[in-house]
Write a protein that binds this ligand. Structure first.
Ligand code: SF4
Length: 365
């Protein structure tokens, strides 16, 4: 088996992406079969534990408070609500629960303590637990690890160059620093991005270079197709074609042979044939449940029908790595430090974000 490379260049990645499709599919499927069981797909359930009202300006996100979307905001869910949803996800065939909070960064205090309790509770249900909570300090990463967190999601979204066209309230380096903080623990890293935001092919390749040159590479890489939501700056973007999605999945599989490649947002726009082609090209994870945070997703029964049709099986929990031990809050060796790290605020102007903000002000008046 060839070594995993950490020195991909943008040119090499673009050459792979642009190969004749049949050659690309064959190569990706070959890599996939060497490293993974092609009939096993990991199923995660994404749960929005705190929705809306976010201070950031991510141009694709309906949860940013500054834009005008129909999202109903919710305070942080309680532990029992989360447990009930996790049990439902488990019954539906999910091996992982990913909890998302619309926060810029984690703040020490009651709400974070509540999230730590959610992590303990779900790990005790023998499910893999993932969180996506924004930027994170090393101490916060260690506290999550101690609670039993299996994975932390923090997407790079796009290339460093194009990131500046989508988000002005934080910098690319903040993302990399958070991933670095997660790497100081035994929590696995989930990091990927979104295509269809108006980026060039060079930006897709740039994102894959940024991810694949991390050492170790992320254990999981979500590939999202933009769901253009009315009211956001990216509302007028055209849907991503299935061919772009297949090429992106296949290229990700080739440059990151071990990673679990996740078909994420945008699956409702894909036919079963399209999804089958993505699985053939190396995708081996999906998000289940009728909502992906706030955007639509195929429901669980539809997915299980698709699995039966394609002869796929859901992956069992802790197949790739042993279950972490949960340390109870009273036995914790880490305390809340009340840190206030200075994450970047570049605040450059992105015209379409500014325009969406102005439209929202008029609508809200
Ligand atoms: S993507 Fe996350 S950080 Fe960005 S606006 Fe949405 S909830 Fe906030």
């Amino acid at each position: 088996m060839s070594e995993t490379r950490h020195n991909w260049t943008k040119e090499e990645v673009l050459d792979i992406y642009n190969k004749p499709l049949m050659e690309l599919l064959y190569e990706a499927a070959t890599v996939h079969r060497k490293r993974h069981d092609p009939n096993v797909v990991q199923v995660s359930t994404l749960l929005s534990i705190k929705t809306g009202g976010c201070s950031e300006d991510c141009g694709y996100c309906p949860q940013a408070a500054r834009y005008h979307t129909d999202i109903e905001g919710n305070d942080l869910m309680n532990v029992q609500q989360v447990k009930a949803q996790a049990l439902r996800a488990k019954e539906g065939g999910s091996s992982r629960v990913c909890m998302g909070a619309a926060w810029r960064n984690v703040k020490d205090g009651e709400e974070f303590d509540q999230v730590l309790e959610m992590v303990r509770t779900i790990n005790k249900l023998d499910m893999e637990v993932c969180c996506t909570l924004g930027m994170l300090t090393e101490n916060q990463a260690k506290r999550l690890a101690e609670a039993g967190l299996y994975a932390y999601n923090h997407n790079l979204d796009s290339s460093e160059e194009y990131y500046k066209e989508v988000i002005s309230t934080r910098g690319y380096q903040d993302r990399l620093d958070t991933i670095d903080n997660v790497r100081k623990t035994n929590v696995t890293v989930c990091s990927g991005g979104i295509i269809g935001m108006g980026e060039r092919l060079e930006d897709r390749a740039g994102m894959l270079v940024a991810l694949s040159t991390l050492n170790p590479q992320p254990e999981s890489t979500p590939i999202n197709a933009l769901v253009a939501v009315e009211g956001t700056p990216l509302e007028d973007q055209k849907p991503v074609s299935i061919w772009d999605m297949v090429r992106m999945v296949a290229t990700t599989r080739i440059v990151m042979p071990e990673t679990q490649v996740r078909l994420s947002a945008g699956r409702t726009q894909m036919t079963r044939e399209g999804q089958a082609m993505c699985f053939f090209a190396g995708a081996n994870s999906i998000f289940a449940g009728d909502k992906l945070l706030t955007t639509p997703n195929p429901d669980v029964n539809e997915d299980m029908e698709m699995f039966a049709l394609l002869g796929l099986e859901p992956q069992k929990p802790f197949t790739k790595k042993v279950q972490p031990q949960t340390v109870e809050a009273k036995d914790s060796e880490f305390e809340s430090l009340g840190e206030k790290p200075k994450w970047t605020r570049p605040e450059h102007t992105i015209e379409r974000n500014e325009a969406a903000k102005e439209r929202a002000k008029i609508i809200k008046q």
